[in-house]
Design a binder for this molecule. Sequence first.
Ligand code: ATP
Ligand code: MTE
Length: 176
Amino acid sequence: MDKALIGVLTISDRASRGIYEDISGKAIIDYLNDVLITPFEVDYRVIPDEFEVIKETMIDMVDNKGCCLILTTGGTGPAKRDVTPEATESVCEKMMPGFGELMRQVSLQQVPTAILSRQTAGIRGSCLIVNLPGKPQSIKLCLDAVFPAIPYCIELIDGPFIDTDPSKVKAFRPKK
Ligand SMILES: Nc1ncnc2c1ncn2[C@@H]1O[C@H](COP(=O)(O)OP(=O)(O)OP(=O)(O)O)[C@@H](O)[C@H]1O
Ligand SMILES: Nc1nc2c(c(=O)[nH]1)N[C@H]1C(S)=C(S)[C@@H](COP(=O)(O)O)O[C@H]1N2
């Protein structure tokens, strides 16, 4: 079976300069290692909150490297330099607003400022791109909420078959 390539993209001025350690990107990789039971590789990058850099990195990960899923972290808030959702939208052919809606809903149970995240998701070619907030504590919470729908979504856009350990995340595939 072909290995799925999954992009993990940390978007943070300070993490990219080494001012703090990128805990959130590593939490995404830990999550994938914990829940996925089908073979995969990770393309992990840490970049600053620059629209063009984010856009070019996403295009490279999808068009040149062949990622079937990109999980971003950071840059989803209202601050002037937060442009991850705009960059995501600029590279996608279709937006998937349900992902952001659900993640904000579960995050609201953690912090009232969850509504400040403009996190979204979209499709470029055969790749699903999902934004997560920058806070390390948001990663597992958000991924637990949306991951059950991710394997089927990737299947619908002609990506590789990916599956999860059902004791951790139950991937839902409607009966045809
Ligand atoms: N990748 C990350 N790893 C560890 N902590 C993070 C990460 N991203 C954000 N945080 C934490 O969340 C806080 C608020 O997130 P914020 O969106 O301001 O970070 P940021 O986008 O990395 O900031 P900036 O890009 O301005 O450096 C940060 O001060 C930091 O403590
Ligand atoms: N689950 C969860 N979601 C969260 C948060 C959090 O701590 N936990 N922080 C919020 C805050 S304070 C902000 S400003 C936005 C945007 O964060 P970002 O710019 O780092 O992506 O995410 C929000 N969503």
